[in-house]
Design a protein around this ligand. Structure first.
Ligand SMILES: [Cu+2]
Length: 111
């Protein structure tokens, strides 16, 4: 019984490893400064799984949150703390990210 369990766990591990192998993950670092989101324009290839690492570096901004309406994502950005935003796999198009009030923004261009 113990062996069956071990085999099952190993199988699961292999499956998970394969899934991540096929997927192309791209981590993008994003800062919030007095200038807004930096960079405010990035491009990635379609089919890429995008993970944003966002750090707000200033208090002189209204972007204390990041909102990605298209993906129904909204996350707080505490100062000087890296926040991980998993956007998932992106299809061809444009993804807009912005502050909660939609004033400061940027684009992820998928092409
Ligand atoms: Cu704002």
């Amino acid at each position: 019984m113990k062996n069956v369990l071990t085999i099952l766990i190993l199988c699961l591990m292999t499956l998970t490893a394969n899934a991540t192998d096929k997927e192309k993950i791209q981590t993008i670092n994003l800062s919030v400064t007095e200038k807004g989101f930096v960079p405010n324009k990035m491009s990635v290839k379609p089919g890429t799984h995008v993970i944003l690492k966002v750090i707000r570096k200033t208090d002189s901004t209204c972007a204390t949150e990041i909102k990605i309406s298209e993906k129904k994502i909204k996350k707080d950005l505490p100062i000087n703390k890296e926040v991980t935003v998993d956007i998932g796999v992106l299809e061809k198009g444009k993804i807009r990210f912005a502050c909660a009030m939609d004033m400061i923004s940027g684009f992820l261009i998928v092409e």
